[in-house]
Design a protein around this ligand. Sequence first.
Ligand code: ZN
Length: 242
Amino acid sequence: MSKPLVALLTGAGVSTDSGIPDYRGPNGLWRSDPDAEKLVTYAYYMGDPEIRRRSWRMRRENAARAPEPNAAHRAVTELERSGAAAVRVITQNVDGLHQRAGMPDRKVLELHGSVRGVVCTECQARSPMEDALARVDAGEDDPPCRECGGVLKPATVMFGEALDPMVLGEAAAISKACTVFAAVGTSLQVHPAAGLAGLAADHGARLIVVNAEPTPYDDRADEVIREPIGTALPGLLRRISA
Ligand code: ZN
């Protein structure tokens, strides 16, 4: 018998225990500071050098805080290493904490990109975020692309940008093929990511929702868990691997 394939769709709730704010949540930054949303909106970012300078400063401060993976990230890695199941993570988070917790890069699909890299908006050249931040430290307040001089942005999907169709296609394939699909710490309100839960259920996966608040997919779920993720997820994943 082949191993069960466990797909985990993870959202902001998985990283809040690592001190990363849920920007969209009820106490989110974008509610308290509407201007902050401009920092991650493509048209503002491209059109206003001051927005870019502010955004680089903010990333530099965030990098200095260096969030650590928490119990939820570690539990996912443990399940993968136990060999009891094939594990794929589909994440809406851009923090790279699943990989920091030991998940292999190839097993993590980052729907909204990653803050670990930067990309040129002209020639699409990619480079590490730390190199760009080193240039900011050295006094370049809006470092241009070294290849072509174009505007650099973090390798995240900003508002006004489309998701990478390759990544989305892979996520859909995993959702169709998996035995268990657990949506963890996501409100399942943002499409197309949310639709993956329905896709998985349509193709026969056991659908599990782990989230503090109700989601539009709770009615379709085989199991809904409302406990805090840091305690609920390790228990759930141990059960899956047993
Ligand atoms: Zn370039």
